[in-house]
Design a protein around this ligand. Structure first.
Ligand SMILES: NC(=O)c1ccc[n+]([C@@H]2O[C@H](COP(=O)([O-])OP(=O)(O)OC[C@H]3O[C@@H](n4cnc5c(N)ncnc54)[C@H](O)[C@@H]3O)[C@@H](O)[C@H]2O)c1
Length: 314
């Protein structure tokens, strides 16, 4: 059993991670300001500390909990959509990460695991991007992730804090918000639910590396004991185009969804796929879900509402 802190544990990915840790019998604390996180996402056996990570008191909270492992996921994930525009909260996000790192150092945390993103690569044109490829973010969100990664490496160098940085591909699954920044799958499922046509920006041939949330959880759990001092992709290394995604949705949905094609958005990255050879080697990580299995589970939870009901029965 480990004592874990999950920052952002009331959010989409964090809440699935909390569920998995509790299923393992771990003692789980959540630090979340409930900005986008939701109380109903939180497992009843987890301890919630409602707190903003930019508040220096977060350090005392970490010292008081004295965790073995800290998973740092708290971030304004909606900022991912804010492409080139200035995000006023970037400095607060970086300050928050430094507070958490301070808390980890002061409490002698054995492992710090960070949720980074493919956004650090910007518009890399390669079919399969590796961890060694140059980083060149084209958004404040990507730049902020890169700055946070640098602070983590600095803290590790100065204070010997053991860490793993996981750069996630595009994560989908139940509890993902369906706002514009919520990712295309959440948006499509919400449009299906409302009986609206699926809106496709551009020709639909743009591709993405979609990874199911339970596989991201699997990579995080593997990083507790492996991948020290490394930056590792958490990805499927498979691409799916938006048109292919609609085909898969057709099978899951059981009938033909209506679609409309609109002008491409200038800021959209056309192709993104992260190599996962390093994760296979260092974390022994192999994704368990293919896109169709993940879509089916997400559709059942979000559109048919099965899993939400299960949560209420807990
Ligand atoms: N969803 C994806 O496809 C994806 C891809 C790459 C990386 N990531 C990263 O994974 C992490 C989790 O993303 P998500 O999709 O679950 O987002 P989310 O918005 O669902 O969850 C983020 C959580 O952090 C909390 N939070 C935000 N700012 C905070 C602050 N200042 N103090 C305390 N809590 C705060 C929110 O309330 C929320 O519960 C983020 O760091 C995100 O950048 C996500």
């Amino acid at each position: 059993m480990v004592k874990a802190i999950v920052s952002g544990g009331a959010g989409f990915i964090g809440s699935h991670l909390v569920d998995a840790l509790i299923d393992r019998g771990d003692d789980v604390h959540i630090i979340d300001n409930l900005h986008s996180g939701r109380i109903e996402n939180i497992h009843p056996c987890a301890t919630l500390h409602v707190m903003d990570i930019s508040n220096p008191e977060v350090k005392d909270t970490i010292v008081h909990i004295k965790p073995d492992v800290v998973f740092h996921l708290a971030d304004q994930a909606e900022a991912a959509a804010s492409a080139q525009t200035q995000n006023n909260d970037t400095e607060l996000t970086i300050d928050g990460t430094i507070n958490i790192l301070d808390g980890c150092y002061l409490s002698q945390t054995k492992k710090f695991i960070f949720a980074s993103s493919a956004a650090v690569y910007g518009e890399n044109q390669k079919d399969l991007v590796s961890e060694e490829d140059p980083v060149a973010p084209i958004s404040c969100y990507g730049l902020s992730k890169l700055a946070e990664e640098s602070y983590i490496r600095l803290f590790s160098r100065i204070y010997q804090l053991p860490y793993t940085i996981l750069r996630y591909a595009n994560v989908f699954g139940p509890r993902k918000a369906a706002e514009e920044a919520g990712g295309v799958i959440a948006i499509f499922l919400n449009q299906l639910k409302k009986g609206e046509p699926l809106k496709i920006y551009g020709d639909g041939n743009q591709t993405c590396d979609f990874i199911y949330v339970k596989d991201i959880v699997k990579a995080n759990l593997a990083a507790i004991n492996h991948g020290d001092g490394e930056i590792i992709h958490a990805s499927t290394a498979q691409t799916t185009s938006i048109n292919q995604l609609i085909n898969h949705l057709r099978n899951v949905y059981g009938s033909e969804p209506k679609t409309i094609y609109l002008d491409a958005k200038a800021a959209d990255i056309r192709h993104s796929c992260l190599d996962n050879g390093k994760a296979r080697k260092l974390l022994n990580f192999v994704p368990s879900y293919d896109i169709v299995d993940g879509l089916r589970e997400t559709y059942e939870a979000e559109v048919l509402n099965k899993k939400r009901e299960q949560r209420q029965e807990l």
